[in-house]
Design a protein around this ligand. Sequence first.
Ligand code: NAD
Ligand code: ZN
Length: 263
Amino acid sequence: MLDKLTDSGESGASISNNIVKLAEIVMSSSSIVAFTGAGISTESGIPDYRGPGGVWERQAPPTIGDFLENEATRREFWAARRDRYAELLSKRPNQGHAALVALERSGRLSAVITQNIDGLHQAAGNSPDKVIELHGTTHLIQCADCGSEWSGKAIQERLDAGEDVPTCENCGGILRSGTILFGEPLPRVALDRALAAARTCDLMLVIGSSLIVNPAAQIPLLAKRAGARLAIINRLSTPLDGYADVHIVGEAGPTLADIAKGL
Ligand code: NAD
Ligand code: ZN
């Protein structure tokens, strides 16, 4: 009997063979870097960017110029953020995040490079110093003028109390999210750490990233060119699948949970 084919044409048998292969690669690696995108958090109920119901469909983020220049843009941003952040605070890490914590406890994980801004790797239990947030974090709010910082929750309280465009309590400047907006470069320190981790790992494990957003998508390629093995887990195909030593078309959480069982 033929195995059921997935959308990409892979059979169930070849997927489980690939999980066994990935588990073997994990067990023979000692410096693993996980590279995660929005796909690791969809099973926590946080939609990815471009998929159906994704953030992109609901409200495309503003450019940095538009945000800093226009109070109307900031008013719209904070109104949307008030709802979105309240929702985010109710989300919990899933079995995929937990598997990366198990990988860290096994001593094999050197870093998690993430495009996510949701803080779920740290919430799951990965050490904050191992998590490199390429696009920043939504749990931090900064003054664009003097650099003062507040927690997301502190600003949420001000929004809930009726402020529509909160400003800096120290200098009156513009407050902004700790996530990068369109038109901004990646944070230098995070990018440098990510590049160093990619150059020195022996396995680059890409999970739930469409790998179409640059320069972040170049990081797995850098690791591969520096000699690491490359594994990709995604429910769809990605532009880097042809470079992967193992490529699993499937759901991130159950796949990672299977891998973690062998640790
Ligand atoms: P993306 O939305 O472009 O891609 C997500 C990828 O994950 C897709 O390729 C999709 O096929 C795959 N996917 C979704 N659910 C999956 C699952 N359960 N198992 C396996 N694969 C799954 O996201 P991106 O590539 O991470 O880049 C978009 C940007 O959007 C990011 O830079 C990030 O800043 C931002 N974003 C972050 C969050 C978050 O923090 N959770 C959520 C949405 C968007
Ligand atoms: Zn300030």
